[in-house]
Design a protein around this ligand. Structure first.
Ligand SMILES: Nc1ncnc2c1ncn2[C@@H]1O[C@H](COP(=O)(O)OP(=O)(O)O)[C@@H](O)[C@H]1O
Ligand SMILES: [Mg+2]
Length: 312
C-alpha cells in the first residue's frame, strides 16, 4: 500500500531525509517516530504529493507519487501538522467545501458518514472557531477521510491535545486502521507503542531502527538502570566505573555523588559494581536498579546514531 524506496530530500544543501526505505501494508498502522527535526513532516509531505523528493520513489496503492499524482491523491488522506481550518465555517460547511474540492460523489451522505466515523454527530453545526483543539483534530481527520482513502498519512495527530483528548484521538485512529494503511508520525514513544503494529524510528533524516512495539517492549524489559552512590566525588566514581570491562553507559551523575548507569540486558552488574567500589577503598552508600523508560531507550537509539556520525 505504501512503498518508499531510497527517499531523499535536500533543502538547498541540507539533507532533511536520506535514503529512507520502508513499506506498509493494508490494515497496518506504521509508526513514524523521531525527535523534532528528524524529517517526519518532510517525508509525509512527499508521500502526500505536496512536494517532490530530491531522489527516490514513493508508490501509494501501486501508483507512483510523481508520475500518477492524481491517482495517488484520490487514494490518500493527509492530516498535516497544522490543519488549515476555517473558523467561520461550521463543521458541516467545511466538510462540504473539502468534499467538493475532492469531487466526492453523494457528498451529503458521505459527510454524514464521516461525521459519524469521527464521532462529531452532535456538533456538525458548530463553528470550527468555537471548537476545542481535540474536536478540531477530529475535523482534520474527517477532511482526511472524506473521499474514503485507502491510505492515511497523519502528522503528529495528538500534538497539543490534553490527556483525555489524546486517548480519544488514539482510539479513533486505531479504529480507522482496521481496513486502511496508516502512517502516523509522533515523537512520543509510548504513543507509537500503543497504536502501531510496527514502528520506524528516524533521527536526523535517517532510519535508526525498525521494529514491532513488542520487540521494543522486550528491549525495555531487559535493560535496567542502576543508581549507585559511594563515599567519593561523582567524577571519581564515574572514572572508576568506566574502568570496568562490562558494557555499560554512564547516563548521568549529579553533584550529590549519585551516578546513573544503564547496563546491557542479561548480566546483573550490581555485585561486580559493589566489589569494584569496595576494592577501591570506598564505602558503598547506595546501589539499586530502576526501570528504564521508553523515552530513555529512544534517546539511546537516537544518540548512538549521533556517535556513529562523529566517528565517520
Ligand atoms: N522548507 C524548509 N526549508 C529548509 N529546511 C527545512 C524546511 N522544512 C524543514 N526543514 C528542515 O528539515 C529538517 C526536518 O524537518 P521536518 O521534516 O519538519 O522534521 P520533523 O517533522 O521530524 O520535526 C529540520 O532540520 C528542518 O529545520
Ligand atoms: Mg513535523
Amino acid at each position: 500500500m505504501i512503498k518508499v524506496e531510497g527517499l531523499t530530500k535536500f533543502y538547498g544543501d541540507f539533507p532533511a531525509i536520506q535514503d529512507l526505505t520502508f513499506n506498509a501494508k493494508r490494515g497496518e498502522i506504521l509508526g513514524f517516530l523521531g525527535p523534532n527535526a528528524a524529517g517526519k513532516t518532510t517525508t509525509m509531505r512527499i508521500l502526500a504529493g505536496y512536494m517532490p523528493p530530491s531522489s527516490g520513489s514513493v508508490r501509494i496503492a501501486g501508483f507512483d507519487v510523481l508520475e500518477e499524482s492524481l491517482e495517488v491523491r484520490r487514494r490518500i488522506g493527509y492530516l498535516p501538522e497544522t490543519v488549515p481550518l476555517y473558523p467561520e465555517m461550521s463543521i458541516w460547511e467545511y466538510l462540504e467545501y473539502m468534499g467538493s474540492l475532492r469531487k466526492v460523489d453523494n457528498l451529503d451522505k458521505r459527510i454524514d458518514a464521516v461525521i459519524d466515523e469521527v464521532n462529531l454527530g452532535d456538533r456538525e453545526r458548530s463553528y470550527i472557531g468555537n471548537l476545542s483543539k481535540g474536536l478540531r483534530q477530529r475535523v482534520g481527520l474527517a477532511q482526511a477521510l472524506i473521499h474514503q482513502p485507502e491510505v492515511l498519512i497523519l502528522d503528529e495527530p495528538t500534538i497539543g491535545l490534553d490527556p483525555a483528548q489524546i486517548i480519544e484521538v488514539r482510539e479513533l485512529i486505531q479504529g480507522l486502521g482496521q481496513e486502511r494503511t496508516i502512517l502516523l508520525s509522533t515523537h512520543i514513544l509510548t504513543e507509537a507503542q500503543q497504536i502501531c503494529d510496527r514502528v520506524i524510528i528516524i533521527n536526523k533524516g535517517r532510519m535508526v531502527a525498525e521494529d514491532t512495539p513488542e520487540n521494543l517492549q522486550s528491549q525495555i524489559a531487559g535493560a535496567t538502570k542502576i543508581i549507585v552512590r559511594a563515599s567519593s566525588e561523582t567524577r571519581e566514581l564515574v572514572e572508576l566505573i568506566e574502568t570496568m570491562p562490562q558494557k555499560m553507559d554512564v547516563i548521568a551523575g549529579d553533584s550529590e555523588g549519585e551516578v546513573m548507569i544503564s547496563a546491557a540486558p542479561g548480566l546483573d552488574i550490581r555485585p561486580l559494581l559493589a566489589r569494584k567500589i569496595l576494592d577501591a577503598g570506598l564505602d558503598l552508600l547506595e546501589l539499586r536498579t530502576t526501570g528504564i523508560s521508553l523515552e530513555e531507550i529512544f534517546l539511546q537509539l537516537t544518540q548512538s546514531e549521533d556517535k556513529d556520525e562523529g566517528e565517520e
